[in-house]
Design a protein around this ligand. Structure first.
Ligand SMILES: Cc1ncc(C[n+]2csc(CCOP(=O)(O)OP(=O)(O)O)c2C)c(N)n1
Ligand SMILES: [Mg+2]
Length: 440
C-alpha cells in the first residue's frame, strides 16, 4: 500500500487503525505523521489541521498570505581578514592538513591561470576557472574520500583535494590518449571512478536527481557513505532541482546538496534568477535541514559540510548547504563578463573578500605559513602545472576504436558496419584523417 493510499484510508476508516499503524511502521513513516494520523477521533474542536498534506499547521482566523520570512542567516567562522570570530567554532585541524588545503587552493589558482591562457592561445578548446570560489575545497576536506561526488563543472578544487593529479587534469583538457574519459567529453568534464567522482555532464542539474538516486541506493545497501551534489544557483531553476530535492526528502536519501551561489548564471544575475530568500529557503520548503554559509570562508564551509555529512549518514536524510560567494572569473572562456557587469564590481570583490588571502591570513596568524613560503609554493605550483601541461600536449589523441566501445557488451550489427566503414575510409584517406595523431 502506498503512503498516499494509506492517508486516504486513514481519514475514512477508523476501524482499521491498528492494522494501518502496523503498515505505517513497515513503511517507516515519520512519528509526527503517525501521531497526526492515529491520534483518536474525538469531537472537540481541533487546534491542528488534520489534512495529511500539512501535519504541523495550526488553524488561524486571520486571512493573511504568508509572503515574507526572516532571511536565513549566513554562518561564518572567520572574517574577511582571516580572524576567527568565536574560538569555539574554529575547526580542529592539524597544521599539515591545513597547509595541504591551502596549497591546493594555490595549485588550483595556478592551474586556472595557465589553462585559461592556453585556451586563449588556441591550445585547448574550452576552459572554466574557479577564481573567487576556491574555498569550495573546504567542503571536499570535510568528506570521506569514498563519498560519491556529483559535480556541475566548477568543482576542480574537489578533485584536487581528492588527489586527482595535474597530469590527469591536463590529459582530460587535451582529450589525449591518457584521458580517463577517452576523449569523449569537452575539457573540464572530469570524472574519476577511482576517486568516486561522477563524470561532469553539460546539461545543467541532471546531476541533482542522479545524486538523490545514488544516495537512495546507498541507503538501501546500508552503506556508511553519502553523496554530495554541487550545483549553481542558476541550475537550481531547473525542474531537476525540485525533483531531486523532493525525492531525497521523501525517501530519506543521505545526500548533501551543495549550492554554489556565486551571484551569476552566465549573464543572469541572481537577482533576476529568483525572488525568494536565495536557494536555502527552498530546502526548508522541501523539509530538508538547511544552512547558508559564507562561501568564501573555508572554515565555515568545512564545518557545515562535516555537520551535514553527519546528519546525512547517521539519520539518512538530505541536507542543503547554500554557500554564498562571487564568481570573479568570466563564466567560461566563451564568455566576456564585462558585457554585463562592471570590471570595478569584480575588482572590488576580489579585493574585499578573497578566499585565498583569508585562508593565508588565518595560517599566518597561527604561525603555520610565511610570506616567503607563499612565493615559493606559488612558483612551484606554476612549474608543476606547466610540466604536466607540456607532457599532455605531446601525447596522441585517443584511439578511434573508443568510438565504438563501452556502451554495448556485444557490438550490434549496425555499429559493426559503421566501424568497418570508418576503418575503410581511414585506410583509403590516411592524410585526410591524420591517423598518426591518434593512438592505435
Ligand atoms: C539544461 C541547460 N540549460 C542551459 C545550459 C547553458 N548553461 C551552461 S552554464 C549556465 C549557467 C549556470 O549557472 P550556475 O548554475 O549559477 O553556475 P555557475 O556557472 O554560476 O557556476 C547555463 C545557462 C545548459 N548547459 N544546460
Ligand atoms: Mg552561478
Amino acid at each position: 500500500m502506498s503512503a498516499s493510499a494509506l492517508f486516504r484510508t486513514a481519514r475514512t476508516c477508523r476501524a482499521g487503525l491498528p492494522a494501518m499503524a502496523r503498515h505505517s511502521k513497515a513503511l517507516g513513516l515519520l512519528p509526527s505523521i503517525q501521531a497526526a494520523l492515529f491520534s483518536g477521533s474525538g469531537s472537540a474542536p481541533r487546534k491542528k489541521v488534520m489534512f495529511p498534506g500539512a501535519l504541523t499547521s495550526e488553524y488561524t482566523h486571520d486571512l493573511r498570505f504568508a509572503s515574507s520570512v526572516e532571511s536565513i542567516p549566513t554562518y561564518q567562522v572567520m572574517d574577511t581578514d582571516g580572524r576567527v570570530l568565536d574560538a569555539a567554532n574554529e575547526p580542529h585541524m592539524s597544521k599539515e592538513e591545513a597547509r595541504n588545503i591551502y596549497k591546493n587552493m594555490l595549485i588550483l589558482n595556478a592551474m586556472d591561470q595557465i589553462l585559461y591562457e592556453a585556451q586563449r592561445q588556441g591550445r585547448i578548446s574550452f576552459y572554466m576557472t574557479s577564481f573567487g570560489e576556491e574555498a569550495l575545497i573546504g567542503s571536499a576536506a570535510a568528506l570521506d574520500s569514498k563519498d560519491h561526488v556529483f559535480g556541475q563543472y566548477r568543482e576542480a578544487g574537489v578533485l584536487l583535494q581528492r588527489g586527482f593529479t595535474l597530469e590527469q587534469f591536463m590529459n582530460q583538457c587535451y582529450s589525449n590518449e591518457k584521458d580517463l574519459g577517452k576523449g569523449r567529453q569537452m575539457p573540464i568534464h572530469y570524472g574519476s571512478k577511482e576517486l568516486h567522482f561522477q563524470t561532469i555532464s553539460s546539461p545543467l542539474a541532471t546531476q541533482i536527481p542522479q545524486a538523490a538516486g545514488a544516495a537512495y541506493a546507498m541507503r538501501r545497501e546500508g552503506s556508511k557513505q553519502c553523496a554530495i551534489c554541487y550545483f549553481g544557483e542558476g541550475a537550481a531553476s531547473e525542474g531537476d532541482f525540485h525533483a531531486g530535492l523532493n525525492m531525497a526528502a521523501t525517501l530519506g536519501c543521505p545526500v548533501i546538496f551543495y549550492c554554489r551561489n556565486n551571484g551569476y548564471a552566465i549573464s543572469t544575475p541572481s537577482i533576476e534568477q529568483y525572488r525568494g530568500d536565495g536557494i536555502a529557503s527552498r530546502g526548508i520548503g522541501y523539509g530538508i535541514d538547511t544552512i547558508r554559509v559564507d562561501g568564501n570562508d573555508i572554515w565555515a564551509i568545512y564545518s557545515a559540510t562535516k555537520a551535514a555529512r553527519k546528519i546525512a549518514v547517521e539519520q539518512n536524510k538530505p541536507v542543503l548547504i547554500e554557500a554564498m560567494t562571487y564568481r570573479v572569473s568570466h563564466h567560461s572562456t566563451s564568455d566576456d563578463s564585462s558585457a554585463y557587469r562592471s570590471t570595478k564590481e569584480v575588482e572590488d570583490w576580489s579585493k574585499r573578500d578573497n578566499p585565498i588571502s583569508r585562508m593565508r591570513a588565518w595560517l599566518e596568524g597561527k604561525g603555520w605559513w610565511t610570506k616567503s613560503e607563499d612565493a615559493e609554493v606559488t612558483k612551484a605550483a606554476k612549474a608543476d602545472v606547466l610540466r604536466a601541461f607540456a607532457a599532455a600536449e605531446t601525447l596522441k589523441k585517443p584511439s578511434i576504436r573508443h568510438l565504438f566501445e563501452d556502451v554495448y557488451d556485444q557490438l550490434p550489427p549496425q555499429l559493426e558496419r559503421e566501424r568497418a566503414e570508418i576503418e575503410g575510409l581511414i585506410r583509403k584517406y590516411p592524410d585526410y584523417y591524420q591517423v598518426n595523431e591518434f593512438a592505435k
